[in-house]
Design a protein around this ligand. Structure first.
Ligand code: ADP
Ligand code: MG
Length: 618
């Protein structure tokens, strides 16, 4: 048999290797930023065009390269960072494989300008698809500039595979933030399509985090510090009350490199035990310094996982340090996350015109009088319940007893009503009226053939979903105006997402007065959203859109309607008055698709009299 094995030509080998290193524009951003950090730059600029599809450029003021190195750096396995295998165990640099530039040059048009401090002239190189196009001396400032254009120009499949601009943009911002957060001693700026997105002056860790995630972050942060032989830990954790729905603000840095670790995440979550509502995610920004020989980062060129020699000890240290901080900074041990059930019953707004909130002014209140209590006339107004009405603990119990009696009486009455109505002749009328709530979860109602059991949460999701969808497509949402516009703070990429969704959100009834760098100003809300629900609704929406905004407006509306319906639907465990139960049943069956929730789960089941008969005949 003839031999069939051949060595691949270099440019093919490079293209294959490139697939490992460069998955998307954000991979280029990461590699170039890390090279600039390794080159000891103190000022790094990232310039992006069209979410990196047309341009990713990094300009640094670092060491630069000699003429020889400036050609060599594009060779595979060309690195200045390790000389022998042992060096791998004392690494202080980000790169060391010497693969990144070769890979990038294989699949893009690259223009590099570099000059070392002591040299008169620098060098300007153009390389396209691994081929050197030109190389000339040039007058340049100290440092290096890499411009990577037309990424994947020679691999159309890859280019077409890229996600929408928003998604690619988010990945780029993620990488930028990770590198910037790890190096507060470097001035970073980022521009996208000509406008400045970040300008992060040299500062400390705390200030860097605040500069990235908006000014409001500062008050959320609790410092963590612990020095031990195996790790020096420092950083910040978020107070539990600021926990989020998504894991967007969770960062570990090991030796100034962003890493992911499910195991260490678990340690943090263990420290928060009992402080977080189910599914809530605390923010954390934790910097671990460990001796380089105790970690193995050499697993995969782009993976952010890492292996530690002594994971168990790290786990214990992390957990106890965070517990300690939470305790020391007086973060209350048990927090009540239960919301006022009234907020969960948007039915009060149903079929009602938007009402402007009113303000009660106590004109007879004199703040300078001896008695600083509000005057009687105000106290007796319906909105103001003064403690005077219940002066002591005993009276609270009295109230309780009274309430208990009332409930007992009511039940009794009810029972009577039920018993008597069971024998009532006019069954049809009774069927339309009667609904019962069971375990604050299901609503049961008799129907002609037997009975229907409705899942209240799913049913309400369906109702809200169709309402939002209708108002968005018909574009006739009514909105309740807020007397004082509500300012909500977000990170800049979250603000960008909201800006993109503005029109769709306005079609649901939102009115945005302003959308700024790190905040939005809301002056109107959809009628079925209360002011206290608004931040959670938007938070959940942003979290649902983490993987990007759908491209077409239909699925965009669909995603928004689903997300808002889920956030706003009455939850399991919410008591519903009979009127509310009836409304829900009525509204559900007025829907186009009443039998499933927006997430395709059944909203109700029916049981026929025969089914029941069968059960009894066993
Ligand atoms: P690695 O970073 O793993 O060494 P790269 O392919 O990213 O491999 O870079 C190859 C070499 O090019 C680096 O080792 C470094 O010597 C040089 N280099 C790359 N970027 C820069 C830069 N911005 N400034 C100075 N030297 C650089
Ligand atoms: Mg590198």
């Amino acid at each position: 048999m003839s031999s069939i094995i051949q060595l691949l030509p270099d440019h093919v080998a490079n293209q294959i290797a490139a697939g490992e290193v460069v998955q998307r524009p954000a991979s280029v951003v990461k590699e170039l930023l890390e090279n600039a950090v390794d080159a000891k730059a103190t000022d790094i600029k990232l310039i992006i065009k069209d979410a990196g599809k047309s341009l990713v450029q990094v300009i640094d003021n670092g060491l630069g390269m000699s003429v020889t190195d400036s050609r060599l750096c594009f060779e595979r396995h060309a690195t200045s960072k390790i000389r022998q295998a042992e060096d791998l165990f004392s690494l202080h640099t980000k790169g060391f494989r010497g693969e990144a530039l070769a890979s990038i040059a294989a699949i893009a048009h690259v223009e590099m300008k570099t000059k070392q401090d002591q040299e008169e002239l620098g060098i300007h190189i153009i390389i396209e698809g691994s081929k050197f196009v030109s190389q000339e001396p040039a007058v340049l400032p100290k440092g290096t500039s890499f411009a990577v254009k037309n990424l994947f120009f020679n691999i159309p499949a890859r280019r077409n595979f890229l996600k929408s601009e928003t998604v690619e943009q988010r990945h780029i911002v993620d990488e930028f933030q990770r590198v910037a957060m790890a190096h507060p001693n470097i001035h970073f700026t980022m521009y996208h399509n000509g406008s400045e997105m970040f300008n992060l002056p040299i500062s400390n860790f705390r200030q860097r985090i605040v500069n990235i995630f908006s000014g409001k972050t500062n008050e959320k942060l609790v410092p963590v510090k612990e020095d031990t032989e195996i790790v020096n830990l420092q950083g910040f954790i978020g107070k539990p009350e600021f926990s989020k729905k998504n894991r967007g603000e969770q960062f570990f840095f090991v030796n100034n490199r962003f890493i992911k670790s499910g195991y260490l995440h678990h340690a943090v979550m263990a420290a928060y035990e009992g402080l977080l509502k189910d599914g809530a995610q605390p923010s954390y920004f934790l910097y671990l310094d460990v001796p380089p020989h105790t970690i193995d980062i050499n697993i995969h060129p782009t993976k952010t996982e890492i292996k530690f020699d002594d994971e168990h000890a790290l786990y214990a240290i992390l957990r106890s340090a965070i517990k300690h901080s939470l305790g020391q900074f007086n973060v209350a041990p048990v927090l009540d996350f239960d919301r006022d059930p009234n907020l969960d019953t948007p039915y009060q707004y149903q079929n009602k015109d938007a009402e402007y909130p009113t303000i009660q002014v106590d004109r007879s209140y004199n703040p300078f009088s001896e008695d600083k209590q509000p005057s009687k006339s105000f106290a007796s107004s319906s909105n103001y319940k003064k403690t005077e009405a219940q002066p002591s603990w005993e009276s609270l119990y009295v109230g309780l007893k009274q309430a208990g009696q009332e409930i007992a009486e009511m039940t009794f009455e009810n029972n009577e009503a039920v018993t008597s109505s069971l024998f009532e002749e006019n069954e049809i009328e009774q069927e339309v009226k009667r609904t019962y709530q069971i375990h604050k979860k299901y609503i049961v109602s008799p129907i002609k053939s037997g009975m229907v059991i409705i899942n209240q949460k799913r049913a309400h999701e369906r109702v809200l979903y169709e309402e939002f969808l209708t108002s968005m497509t018909v574009k006739q949402a009514s909105s309740q105006q807020l007397l004082f516009p509500l300012q909500l703070f977000y990170s800049s990429d979250e603000v960008e997402l909201l800006a993109e969704l503005k029109t769709s959100l306005e079609n649901t009834g939102f009115v945005f007065e302003a959308i700024e760098e790190d905040n939005v100003l809301i002056s109107g809300l959809p009628v079925n959203v209360t002011e206290s629900e608004i931040s959670i609704v938007l938070e959940e929406l942003l979290s649902d859109l983490q993987d990007g905004i759908p491209d077409n407006s239909f699925s965009q509306n669909d995603t928004i309607a689903k997300s808002m319906a889920r956030s706003l639907a009455i939850k399991t465990g919410t008591y519903l008055t009979e009127k509310e139960q009836e409304n829900l049943v009525h509204n559900l069956f007025a829907c186009k698709e009443p039998n499933v929730s927006p997430f395709q789960k059944p909203t109700f089941i029916t049981m026929s009299v025969e089914d029941l008969d069968k059960k009894f005949s066993l």
